[in-house]
Design a protein around this ligand. Structure first.
Ligand SMILES: Cc1cc2nc3c(=O)[nH]c(=O)nc-3n(C[C@H](O)[C@H](O)[C@H](O)COP(=O)(O)OP(=O)(O)OC[C@H]3O[C@@H](n4cnc5c(N)ncnc54)[C@H](O)[C@@H]3O)c2cc1C
Length: 557
């Protein structure tokens, strides 16, 4: 295929996701700088993206659904990695929970060789990014592009969960994204008046009329063009056509933790042995590319309760009432994501860095097989169900009143890797990851699940609960939990770490996010996290890109 067009920009950004949108918005603020944003997916449109409760109806065309090799640590299960393939990337398809992690996590990054990424360095970028509805203070931003709201679904069982957690030792936190993180709180979400506010809404929409910014959708970046150790542009594919775009200053990879390392490897930057095996000419031997893949393993406990939950709100009559509440006040069940309250613990640990996150929602799924007799399986129930991997098609919204608490291990020791199957850009990457490959992660998850049980056994939640539905009281003891977790652990889609920042031999980028040994090339997305922070990954990724924009501007000056 012949190259068709050739255009030059100051910066070419690959991937219009959480990080790419921030960079495109920030770098194009200077009218003297031209920016091209290249996104493989299309424009973000449709109610499933916009309306939180319709997330379950997200069309599969908006998702890469990367398949993962059989996981030996979980009985050989083959499941998929979800990642947004649309403008806004995963910020357009995620569950909207806004959690920065613990400020000490970033001190840890700095101590490990990431100069400038300590708590003070990142706090400024977090504040710069957000417009928190409760207003600014020392820790929170009030003027940034990214809307952050408190969850807008009030439910008595959420209050009961919070009270029980407080009685079980988790301090009440007015704001878990401020000085202290250990404790329990209601969630904060990337919403504006109850609707999703993605990174594309926050950073691209206001930049839409800028003459110096071009957004190219449905364009797949094949490889970075390199001349004498310098990135000069990107080779693209749009449908059956090829094109090249040239970068005067820099190419920035923001394709996400599963795609950025793949683009690097296709460009000849990666582990030499892998590149040679695939007949890709080696430009830079960087053994860390694709390694260090991290994810938060999670497991859910469901409890049958005495009062109505969102499961009962699925009747057409109640749905109409919620629609009205939503239309008039931008509140209620329609704004519901998969989280209503969140706790970080253990609460009594020193230093105060959590090892688990508990996510509460007044809603629950049940196995189709276990309930096919009694369950109603109408379209509304299917509407509220979104599962992947081994659960696909097996679970649906329960008709009984259920609540769910998802427990996640925040600092997994297990590591996976992303590699290429071939040099063909249309071949999906090879992903290997044993989610429970390290016994310490199983122990942390077990302890977190036991904490959920302790909260459920504490008033006032105890009084609202009829019984534990899953896994049920038969699962107990370390061996019982290990067996259960092997079959039921799932991922939160927090893939990170595959182009790690640092200064050691495994580092792919330096603390200014420049690819080692190459001029004019950076990686800016979740793949540069050396380790996962103590929380969800969207807020940290947006922070990373805010900070990167500043570094790029400084380097240019
Ligand atoms: C289903 C789901 C639920 C989640 N829930 C939460 C949550 O509630 N809270 C939270 O904090 N985090 C959540 N996350 C994680 C969070 O959204 C991500 O960590 C974050 O968005 C990652 O940002 P990124 O910029 O690294 O990648 P992405 O946002 O995934 O962006 C990468 C972009 O690059 C594009 N791309 C890839 N390859 C190419 C190529 N070759 N050429 C051109 N473009 C390419 C992709 O299409 C995509 O738009 C969730 C993720 C998923 C998938």
């Amino acid at each position: 295929m012949a190259a068709r067009t050739q255009v030059t920009w100051d910066y070419v950004i690959v991937g219009g996701g959480s990080a790419g949108c921030v960079l495109a918005g920030r770098l194009s603020e200077d009218p003297g700088t031209s920016v091209l944003l290249v996104e493989a997916g299309g424009k973000a449109s449709g109610l499933a993206i916009r309306v939180p409760a319709l997330i379950q109806r997200m069309p599969s065309e908006f998702d890469w659904l990367y398949s993962i090799e059989p996981d030996a640590s979980r009985g050989g299960v083959v499941d998929t990695y979800s990642a947004g393939r649309v403008l806004g990337g995963s910020s357009s398809t995620n569950h909207m929970l806004w959690a920065r992690g613990n400020l000490a996590d970033y001190d840890g990054w700095a101590a490990a060789g990431c100069f400038g990424w300590d708590r003070d360095g990142v706090l400024r970028a977090f504040r710069q990014a957000e417009r928190f509805e409760a207003g600014p203070n020392r820790y929170r931003g009030g003027e940034g592009p990214q809307r952050v709201a408190r969850g807008r679904v009030a439910h008595p069982l959420t209050d009961a969960f919070i009270s029980a957690a407080v009685h079980a030792g988790y301090p009440w936190l007015a704001d878990y994204n401020a000085a202290a993180q250990l404790g329990v709180s209601t969630v904060q979400v990337t919403q504006r008046r109850g609707l999703r506010h993605s990174a594309a809404d926050a950073y691209l929409a206001p930049a839409r009329t800028r003459q110096n910014l071009r957004v190219l959708t449905d364009a797949l970046a094949v490889r970075v063009m390199l001349e004498r150790g310098r990135a000069t542009g990107v080779e693209l594919r749009r449908g059956s056509r090829s094109a090249t775009v040239r970068a005067r200053r820099e190419v920035i990879l923001s394709a996400g933790a599963l795609a950025s390392p793949a683009v690097l490897m296709r460009s000849g930057i990666g582990p030499m042995t892998t590149l040679e095996r695939l007949d890709i000419p080696v430009v830079a031997d960087l053994p860390g590319v694709g390694r260090n893949l991290q994810e938060h393993p999670a497991a859910a406990l469901t409890f049958e309760v005495r009062e109505r939950t969102l499961n009962q709100d699925l009747s057409p009559f109640r749905l109409a009432r919620h629609a009205l509440n939503f239309a008039v006040r931008g509140r209620g069940a329609i704004t519901s994501t998969a989280s209503h309250a969140v706790a970080f613990g253990p609460p009594d640990v020193d230093p105060p860095i959590p090892d688990h996150e508990l996510i509460f929602v007044a809603y629950g799924l049940s196995d189709v097989s276990a309930s096919s007799g009694g369950e109603r399986r109408g379209p509304l129930r299917r509407l509220m169900t979104r599962t992947g991997g081994r659960e696909a098609g097996r679970r649906q919204a329960a008709s009984d009143p259920l609540v769910t608490v998802t427990a996640a291990a925040l600092h997994p020791r297990s590591r996976g890797e992303v590699c290429l199957r071939s040099a063909d850009p249309l071949d999906p990457p090879f992903i290997r990851q044993e989610l429970l490959g390290d016994a310490r992660d199983v122990a942390t998850l077990t302890e977190a699940c036991e904490r959920v049980r302790a909260i459920a056994a504490t008033p006032p939640l105890r009084d609202a609960i009829v019984g534990e539905r899953t896994p049920g009281p038969d699962v107990a003891g370390s061996e019982g939990w290990a067996r259960y977790l092997r079959d039921h652990t799932f991922r939160l889609y927090h893939q990170a770490g595959t182009c790690a920042m640092g200064s050691g031999p495994g580092a792919v980028v330096d603390p200014r996010l420049r690819v080692r040994g190459i001029q004019g090339l950076r990686v800016v997305d979740a793949s540069i996290m050396p380790t996962l922070p103590s929380g969800n990954t969207n807020a940290p990724t947006i922070m990373i890109a805010e900070k990167a924009a500043e570094l790029i501007r400084m380097d240019r000056a």
